[in-house]
Write a protein of this length. Structure first.
Length: 116
């Protein structure tokens, strides 16, 4: 997977590449890392929008709070799907390290699939 990151001035693009998942466990780890980044970004966006005033003839109310949360969640998912902030790559690498360490110690790796 290749990710493009703009530098501070937005003029240069830095290429980062992370190995694409090959096994089912690696795919599950990648999905978990991406989901973690999306949730993290959603919380950041939620905190950023907390202080926004919604006064006016069409603003405010309980419904706006619900829709603002949904908007923040969708923006976070979009940011994460389009390269994110690099957090998912770091989390993915750590998950793989933990799985490798568990295999060396003959300890089964924790399941990354959702519990039913």
């Amino acid at each position: 997977m290749e990710m493009k990151v703009f530098d501070i001035q937005g003029k240069n693009v830095v290429q980062h590449s992370v190995e694409s998942p090959k096994t089912q466990a690696q795919k599950a780890a990648r999905d978990a890392a991406n989901e973690f980044e999306a949730i993290f970004l959603s919380e950041i966006l939620k905190n950023m929008s907390m202080g926004l005033q919604t006064d006016g003839p069409f603003g405010g109310g309980h419904s706006e709070g619900i829709y603002r949360d949904l908007l923040n969640e969708q923006m976070a998912n979009t940011i994460s799907r389009n390269g994110g902030i690099g957090l998912s790559d770091a989390v993915y690498r750590e998950i793989l390290k933990t799985q490798e360490a568990g295999q060396q110690d003959n300890v089964p790796a924790p399941s990354l699939s959702p519990q039913k």
